[in-house]
Design a binder for this molecule. Structure first.
Ligand SMILES: *[C@@H]1O[C@H](CO)[C@@H](O)[C@H](O)[C@H]1NC(C)=O
Ligand SMILES: *[C@@H]1O[C@H](CO)[C@@H](O)[C@H](O)[C@H]1NC(C)=O
Ligand SMILES: *[C@@H]1O[C@H](CO)[C@@H](O)[C@H](O)[C@H]1NC(C)=O
Ligand SMILES: *[C@@H]1O[C@H](CO)[C@@H](O)[C@H](O)[C@H]1NC(C)=O
Ligand SMILES: *[C@@H]1O[C@H](CO)[C@@H](O)[C@H](O)[C@H]1NC(C)=O
Ligand SMILES: *[C@@H]1O[C@H](CO)[C@@H](O)[C@H](O)[C@H]1NC(C)=O
Ligand SMILES: *[C@@H]1O[C@H](CO)[C@@H](O)[C@H](O)[C@H]1NC(C)=O
Length: 593
């Protein structure tokens, strides 16, 4: 009875401690970092991750401290955690220290495995998933098992790929057969690549040699043949011998960001980094020397993207955006910086402010308008004042054509004698031309007209032939026409006399050939009666332009007035009454007292 009660009490005690122990277990949960995948039918060994990651001591220490390692698993599609049975008929699972062995792993071994370390007062456990996968059909591997990656430097010689995780499966005395495959094609006879025991030697690393290399290790144990399949993904990367400091693609001095104030300023910083193992690749922007990371302005945004190139080289693009940049912000110093283990580089973005277009057109229009206006004003001035301009020019820069030309008179006046224009010629024309402008005139009135040949000699002695046109002139016939003809002939042949046409009164259609020719070829200065009388008026200016250039002083003009040649008789000499009239005219104008 006492024995029974003691047994019961000890059973209860042990149940209580067991219960308390499991209650207190430090559960690390499921270690999803340790995703174990093994091939169906191949041996496998799995270490309890507690000693690798979670506890500070190793299995031997724990074991010698009296702690026990127990394995559980939750099989696929079950929710019950059960201890692993090492005594199955096929005896394919065994335990050695902290390692669980599969000889071989079978598909229904898939599940969540838990290893628990405990004594009566202490407990710690962790779980991890284990997946047993079959090989793909007609393939040496399974697509679901990710190969481990290994990098090889481009153009490096005599590199080796070692078949991994094959130690401990067979004693050192056993030499397994190892077969190598590239993407499941046997590597036997491959160029520059050959197997060497559990290693594959690569003569020279070339870009084309990259791929999935699979080794299948076959050995015998207790009369059974086992396979171990391992795959390594060979990556070809740039050699560190050829590694460079960061290379700027943008910004550079050739790309100019020309913006108007108010536009979004978008600056991409594109930097090429050659592959460098374990090197940091950093790109950052500074604005006026301040890192954008330290700027909290909401207008400023920075984004980054990465493009991987061949041989693990890469391009980083870090884009700086300043929303609606002001003129002030466009003037700032935007510099991109980049750094890797080989060095640090920087490059400033060339940002310029665009001259605002509307302002520009206004200025252009103003300039154009001003130019057009100036041209118009000049044309108007020219049309209104050209006579004055010609006269002014003649007065100041013209050469006196009267000197040494062997002529006596400035003008021979041809007109219809015995007609109403006689007074116009003898008084008005003569008065102004002689007194105002100082020209020497040759005028014959009806009483003093010389003979035909003599008339011609007087015309030849004159620089100009002034023809006063009127219906009477045409009617008068021989004398006047003789003068006109002589003048025109002289002008045409020798060019030493010029004909001036002054229209006293309009002529209807003229049948006189010479007159027609003259009117067609020459300017006709029109007398407009009272309107033209004023000596500073247009008529006289037009006339003056046609007259010879003559540098006259007043005394000379008076001189000219006094020395009227004898032969060229004028009315003034014969009829003093007209002289007084001329004097009156001169006084009226105010030039001659
Ligand atoms: C376990 O740890 C102890 C002390 O830290 C050390 O002496 C021993 O060699 C370790 N054992 C193994 C198998 O690593
Ligand atoms: C797993 O499958 C094998 C045969 O395929 C069988 O012998 C074994 O009992 C199965 N084990 C479990 C736990 O289902
Ligand atoms: C293992 O555990 C994880 C997390 O609890 C779960 O999502 C998964 O389905 C489990 N796997 C198996 C095979 O039970
Ligand atoms: C159980 O293990 C812990 C940690 O190693 C130790 O501190 C404790 O003394 C052990 N308890 C017993 C009863 O051995
Ligand atoms: C290597 O294997 C991975 C994973 O199975 C696959 O995605 C990749 O395409 C393979 N590479 C080559 C070059 O076959
Ligand atoms: C081992 O691998 C070879 C070649 O891949 C295959 O022919 C053989 O059947 C495999 N043996 C076992 C036991 O899986
Ligand atoms: C712009 O800033 C960079 C970095 O702060 C500096 O090296 C560079 O000289 C500056 N450029 C100008 C024009 O100030």
């Amino acid at each position: 009875m006492k024995m029974v009660s003691v047994l019961l009490v000890s059973l209860w005690l042990s149940m209580v401690t067991l219960g308390r122990g499991s209650e207190r277990c430090d559960d690390w949960g499921v270690d999803t970092m340790k995703q174990i995948q093994i091939y169906d039918g191949e041996p496998a060994k799995i270490k309890c991750p507690l000693f690798e990651t979670f506890l500070k001591y190793n299995y031997s220490t724990a074991h010698s401290a009296g702690l026990t390692l127990i394995w559980y698993r939750i099989a696929q599609d079950r929710d019950l955690e059960e201890p692993i049975n090492y005594r199955l008929p096929d005896n394919h699972i065994s335990k050695d220290k902290d390692t669980l062995w599969f000889w071989p792993a079978l598909l229904n071994d898939t599940g969540n495995y838990t290893c628990m370390l405990r004594n009566t007062t202490y407990c710690s456990k962790v779980a991890f998933p284990l997946e047993v996968v079959p090989k793909d059909q007609h393939s040496c591997v399974s697509h679901s098992i990710k190969p481990t990656e290994e990098m090889f430097y481009l153009e490096h010689a005599n590199q080796k790929i070692t078949c991994p995780d094959i130690d401990g499966f067979y004693p050192p005395s056993v030499t397994p057969t190892v077969k190598w495959y590239l993407d499941c094609n046997s590597v036997d006879g491959f160029y520059e690549r050959y197997p060497q025991g559990p290693k594959l030697v690569i003569g020279i690393v070339r870009s084309a040699y990259k791929g999935n290399y699979t080794c299948i290790v076959t050995f015998k144990d207790h009369g059974r043949t086992y396979n171990l399949t391992r795959t390594i993904k060979m990556k070809v990367v740039g050699s560190p011998n050829k590694a460079l400091p960061p290379q700027f693609i943008s910004p550079n001095e050739k790309v100019v960001y020309e913006l108007e104030a108010g536009d979004d300023l978008i600056l991409p910083c594109e930097v090429f980094f050659t592959f460098l193992k374990d090197s940091r690749t950093e790109v950052w922007w500074t604005i006026d020397g301040r890192n954008t990371v330290d700027i909290t302005d909401p207008k400023i945004k920075v984004t980054q993207s990465e493009i991987t190139r061949d041989f693990e080289d890469k391009t980083l693009v870090r884009t700086l955006t300043v929303a609606k940049a002001t003129a002030e912000e466009l003037k700032r110093n935007y510099t991109c910086h980049a750094r890797n283990a080989k060095g640090e580089e920087r490059s400033q973005a060339v940002v310029r402010m665009k001259v605002v277009a509307p302002k520009y057109t206004v200025e252009l229009a103003c300039g154009l308008g001003a130019t057009i206006l100036l041209v118009v004003v000049l044309i108007v001035i020219y049309h209104v004042y050209w006579l004055e301009m010609v006269l002014f020019y003649r007065a100041h820069f013209g050469t006196d054509e009267t000197i040494l030309d062997g002529k006596e008179y400035d003008v021979y006046v041809s007109y219809a004698r015995n007609a109403e224009e006689e007074e116009f010629v003898l008084l008005t024309l003569r008065g102004v031309l002689e007194n105002e402008f100082g020209y020497k005139l040759c005028i014959f009135d009806r009483d003093s007209l010389p003979g035909g040949n003599e008339t011609l000699s007087f015309i030849q002695k004159s620089r100009r032939l002034l023809v006063v046109l009127s219906p009477n002139y045409v009617l008068q016939g021989t004398q006047a026409l003789l003068e006109l003809k002589a003048g025109l002939e002289n002008m045409a042949s020798k060019g030493n006399i010029k004909v001036i046409l002054v229209q006293y009164k309009a002529i209807k259609k003229s049948k006189v050939k010479e007159l027609k020719q003259a009117k067609a070829a020459l300017n006709v200065i029109k007398w407009k009666g009272e309107k033209s009388k004023f000596p500073k008026g247009r008529f006289w200016k037009q006339l003056q332009v046609e007259m010879p250039v003559k540098k006259i002083s007043r005394s000379l003009s008076l001189d000219g007035l006094m020395h009227i040649p004898e032969k060229c008789l004028t009315q003034s000499e014969n009829k003093p009454k007209h002289t007084s009239k001329i004097h009156k005219l001169g006084q009226g104008v105010g030039f001659f007292p």
